[in-house]
Design a protein around this ligand. Structure first.
Ligand code: SF4
Length: 388
């Protein structure tokens, strides 16, 4: 399944505004039609939300429905999460436009996109709401170029119909339980378009558009595996001498990494690992196309046994072992129970808890409070992971 995207579209604005050369590099990638499972899942969630809003139904109405051959069936989890989004959108009231095509060509040549929901409320606010169904990283609304582009396109379309003073960008990530909202005045948004967006678009279209690596722009850039600028940056990072801040390291022959050096490495790891994965994926793609990657070949990976026909296997097992042994029962999800019983249900209060999350390494600027460690306690149980 392929979805039309403008070369300088809103979804890539965070990239091409910082790395104008990325547009040309991405154009050199082989054209594929391989939507990832995550992308198909996201498109399914959007189709569900659109259908439910258009027909004034809850997500539950479409449980088990497959909207088209290319999409997944709507499963229980999706019903629960998309309902959270529907509840948010409906609670705004006002006048709503769903899945509208926005045209940015006033500022960015040939640029367009689709805004999930634009809602105009009586207080002069235009709400531009973006559903992100992924559960990877939280995305913040503040200064988010994609949301700002959708808002500009919506302004271009509806400014003459409504009295808009404030634009509220909303990024709704139900699977991360995150709703990020940010307000910008109509004037400031238009000024951003003239002073930042339009010049960046012009730079991205120039023949000598610079390729500028950086954490924000490279993270999701499709050109990662062929980008020399990123490869050189990463290879030099991997071999650099770390600048030690604070007390000098004891001058022994092979000193261990100091805490300061580890702190210097941590921020680089996310992009380094993403880049490594992208290069591996690209190599696999080349081999699948029959191209030679010296020293490498395709082999069959590991696989797990599975039932050929789960229903038939269940029946056969039940005949042999009895139904009790052959089947397992699972309790419904907390989200589903809460929907059925309501938030104030006694059962929910008595039978749910929120266990402490495992300790995770995060930068000091992270909003979560630091865990206070008792150095006299036993550390054996700690399982430390690096926050994305
Ligand atoms: S990988 Fe990074 S540096 Fe290379 S084109 Fe993409 S955004 Fe630019």
């Amino acid at each position: 399944m392929s979805i039309a995207h403008a070369k300088l579209g809103p979804s890539g604005a965070h990239r091409w505004m910082l790395c104008p050369g990325s547009v040309g590099l991405i154009a050199q990638l082989p054209v594929g039609d391989e939507s990832s499972a995550f992308a198909v899942e996201g498109t399914t969630a959007h189709a569900l939300a659109e259908m439910a809003l258009a027909n004034d139904k809850d997500a539950d109405t479409y449980r088990g429905v497959r909207f088209s051959e290319e999409l997944f069936k709507v499963d229980d989890e999706m019903v629960d999460y998309v309902q959270m989004y529907l509840d948010y959108v409906r609670a705004l009231g006002g006048t709503r436009f769903t899945e509208i095509r926005v045209d940015l060509s006033q500022w960015v040549p040939d640029s367009f996109g689709t805004a999930d929901n634009v809602v105009f409320t009586d207080d002069g606010v235009m709400h531009v709401i973006d559903l992100k169904y992924g559960k990877g990283v939280p995305v913040h609304a503040e200064n988010n170029p994609q949301g700002m582009c959708y808002a500009l396109g919506a302004l271009a379309e509806y400014d003459f119909l409504f009295d808009i003073e404030t634009v509220r960008i909303v990024i709704h990530q139900p699977r991360l339980d995150s709703v990020s909202e940010w307000d910008i005045s109509r004037e400031d948004l238009l000024s951003w378009a003239e002073t930042e967006l339009a010049p960046a678009a012009a730079a991205a279209q120039s023949e000598d558009a610079p390729v500028v690596p950086g954490d924000k722009q490279c993270r999701f850039c499709e050109a990662k595996p062929i980008c020399r600028a990123l490869a050189e940056r990463n290879m030099s990072l991997a071999s650099q001498d770390f600048e030690v801040v604070g007390a000098p390291v004891t001058p022994v022959e092979l000193p261990n990494l100091s805490n300061e050096e580890i702190a210097a490495i941590l921020p680089q790891l996310d992009l380094l690992t993403k880049w490594a994965t992208a290069v591996q994926g690209h190599a696999k793609g080349l081999l699948e196309l029959g191209e030679e990657v010296p020293g490498y070949k395709l082999v069959e990976g590991r696989s797990q046994r599975k039932w050929i026909d789960e229903e038939a296997a269940g029946k056969a097992l039940a005949r042999k072992l009895g139904a009790k042994e052959a089947y397992t029962k699972k309790v419904i999800t907390i989200t589903k129970a809460e929907k059925l019983l309501g938030k104030d249900s006694r059962i929910m209060a008595d039978h749910t808890e929120k266990p402490e999350g495992k300790p995770t390494v995060a930068p000091v600027r992270d909003k979560r409070p630091a865990i206070v460690i008792d150095v006299t306690s036993d550390f054996d149980d700690l399982d430390v992971a690096v926050a994305a």
